[in-house]
Design a protein around this ligand. Structure first.
Ligand SMILES: Nc1ncnc2c1ncn2[C@@H]1O[C@H](COP(=O)(O)OP(=O)(O)OP(=O)(O)O)[C@@H](O)[C@H]1O
Length: 635
């Protein structure tokens, strides 16, 4: 197992670079497409957010009014005018229609003070509604993105999975979409609401005392320098975290998938070390990211506090009233959180872009094999398969052809209902012919025909519906035996499933194990023997009942009893079908209507066993190496 090789972290995001700006804009546009179906709620959440931002201004004016009524001392009367930002002078006695010498009194103070929780509640409730709506929208968006990402991966042709790492794909679908959600939401809140909050606070502040406000805010540019420097560090580490978590997921997935190998070789400690290295690196980066991110806040606040200290000196020199100063300072502290968040916009943008980049790379990836626009959905074929002048090269992950073709100049005709055995040394190209027949790859030259029709002109689904496969590496899902058999035809009835199991000689052993058809087979079918797994996969293929059957015989010899049962099951399965078998058993070869001998990607001979044995050196060698022991065993 190699070290996880996730792609290197993307280059840092510098928004002054037009190319990067285009990438960021593209990413946001792509996300926006997903938001569009929920634009009503999205707009509502933004409006609520803006309202809660605007409410900050109302709160400041309200507080100024309350403090003026309460903090002027016990002798204050309702007739004393109060100066409010934006509104100007106001006489409470006139408004309330009472005499100007009416004292504010305890009742007045109590009523005024009761407005404080009311104002705070209103702002909080508006904020809550807006956040809830945003969570709703972003959750729906991420739900859709996650589904589409999984669909896009499932649509990819098998060649893609030769180079992709399962753990990385899983991490992208699950974690990166989560990162997109969290950061995109933060981004929306920050960009849509925070400026409104800041402006809503600034307006009454300037109206109240423009000089004081201006002086207090002058120091903010001074904050920018350390923030920019820190932002740079965070960006670097933030990008690496995504890379690390992909490596971690990959390492974990490989350890679990290969658990039997790990145990058999006693490599638990080695795997733990491997995991620990990735985990330690990720943790270290997360701590660094958190440290840098959290430092930004205190730095902003510390620098801003100098402004407050200077403001106090100014208030003393200008004789600003205590209540006015109190409200001014309170309002200024209200500005800092949204300003702090605004200073993080670039960081959230960075994280969103990096994560969304990975997700959209999967979403936008076109499968190598696609149905033609006018592809025909064919029905049940007669089972005639033709390979016409086929040459095919495998490609590496950069889509570069290998030097030598896997198969070359292949001309074969498989007639309906006949049985063909493919023989040849390892690497001769037998499995590649199966892959081409299933259209896992398109040939570089020539064509595969089903009932005389080029399979590239048919939908992949309809072609594959005509082909069944029983392979030596039987895959069973971690589910019941029943569901594993039903996978061959999802609408099969219970009776059909049992009938298929009977034909596959699986019914007897299924009945004997506890829970029968409801027994869980374990991951990859680990609760069953190799022979039992084979029989379930044969039952699945029987249920599929396709006119063409591809058989990849197990290389490892099963015990004679199991082998006999499986042979019988395959016999039943093969009846009336075109069968192409990669033969590892002499009995299969002897039964074949035609044996096809392959060598280095070419068909070098074909014919019945006796003829080939008499005339073909390659076949003789193969026979002596591979099959003569079967003959001895059988005799
Ligand atoms: N996914 C792949 N990517 C690149 N090369 C491949 C791939 N699969 C097979 N090959 C190469 O193509 C050639 C034919 O391989 P193929 O698997 O078809 O042989 P085979 O006859 O089925 O062998 P075996 O009996 O061992 O399964 C070999 O040289 C092999 O290395």
């Amino acid at each position: 197992m190699s070290k996880p090789s996730a792609p290197p972290p993307p280059a840092k995001i510098n928004l002054s670079d037009p190319q990067i700006r285009a990438v960021v804009a593209g990413t946001l546009q792509a996300i926006w497409k997903y938001v569009l179906p929920y634009k009503g709620r999205f707009i509502l959440s933004s409006v609520l957010g803006i309202l809660s931002g605007l409410f900050n201004g109302v709160m400041i004016i309200g507080f100024q009014l309350i403090f003026s009524l309460v903090l002027r001392g016990k002798t204050t009367t309702l007739g004393e005018t109060i100066k409010l930002p934006l509104i100007g002078e106001l006489n409470p006695a006139e408004i309330l229609g009472v005499s100007s010498d009416t004292p504010v009194g305890f009742t007045g103070v109590a009523i005024a003070c009761a407005f404080i929780p009311a104002l705070i509640f209103c702002r909080g409730f508006l904020g809550y509604l807006s956040s809830y709506m945003q969570t709703w929208v972003t959750s729906k968006v991420v739900y859709q993105i996650r589904n589409d990402a999984f669909r896009s991966i499932m649509r990819q042709s098998p060649g893609y999975f030769n180079n992709a790492r399962t753990g990385e794909l899983m991490q992208t679908v699950i974690s990166q979409t989560g990162v997109v959600q969290r950061n995109a939401m933060q981004l929306i809140q920050t960009v849509a609401q925070r400026p409104v909050s800041i402006i809503a606070i600034l307006i009454p502040l300037f109206a109240s005392d423009w000089f004081f406000t201006l002086m207090s805010l002058v120091i903010f540019p001074a904050c920018l320098y350390p923030i920019l420097r820190l932002g740079k560090r965070v960006r670097k580490v933030g990008a690496k975290e995504e890379y690390d978590s992909r490596a971690l997921m990959s390492s974990m997935q490989e350890s679990f998938a290969g658990i039997r190998l790990v145990k058999a070789y006693g490599r638990e400690a080695h795997e733990m070390d491997r995991f620990d290295r990735s985990n330690a690196s990720m943790t270290q980066n997360m701590v660094r990211w958190g440290k840098a991110l959290e430092l930004i806040g205190p730095i902003v606040e510390t620098v801003a506090s100098f402004g407050i200290a200077a403001g106090l000196v100014y208030a003393w020199s200008r004789g600003v009233e205590a209540q006015t100063f109190f409200v001014l300072v309170m309002a200024l502290t209200q500005i800092y959180p949204p300003l702090k968040e605004l200073s993080r916009v670039q960081l959230f943008l960075q994280k969103t872009t990096v994560a969304a980049g990975m997700v959209f790379e999967i979403l936008n990836r076109q499968p190598d094999i696609q149905d033609a626009p006018d592809a025909l959905a064919i029905g049940r074929s007669s089972g005639a398969v033709t390979f016409k002048d086929i040459t095919f090269y495998y490609r590496d992950k950069d889509d570069v052809k290998k030097d030598t073709p896997a198969v070359q100049d292949i001309n074969l005709q498989f007639e309906p209902g006949k049985f063909y055995a493919l023989v040849g040394r390892s690497g001769a190209g037998k499995s590649t012919l199966f892959s081409l027949m299933l259209r896992f790859y398109d040939p570089d030259a020539g064509s595969v025909l089903l009932d005389g029709r080029d399979i590239r002109t048919c939908t992949q689904h309809s072609v594959r519906a005509n082909i069944g496969i029983v392979s030596q590496d039987t895959f069973l899902f971690h589910d019941t035996i029943r569901e594993n058999i039903r996978y061959g035809r999802l609408d099969a009835t219970e009776a059909e499933i049992i009938a298929a199991a009977k034909k596959a000689h699986a019914h007897e052993f299924i009945e004997q194990i506890s829970n029968g058809y409801d027994a869980i087979v374990g991951e990859g079918g680990c609760n069953l023997s190799g022979g039992q797994r084979q029989r379930i996969s044969i039952a699945r293929a029987i249920l599929r009942d396709s006119p063409v059957l591809l058989l990849d015989e197990a290389t490892s010899a099963l015990d004679t009893e199991s082998e006999k049962i499986i042979q019988e099951a395959i016999h039943t399965l093969s009846a009336g079908k075109t069968v192409v078998a990669i033969a590892h058993r002499l009995s299969t070869i002897l039964e074949a209507d035609q044996i096809i001998v392959m060598e280095q990607g070419r068909v070098v001979d074909r014919g019945p066993h006796a003829e080939l044995l008499a005339r073909n050196d390659i076949y003789q060698n193969l026979y002596n190496l591979q099959y003569s022991s079967d003959e001895r065993r059988e005799s």
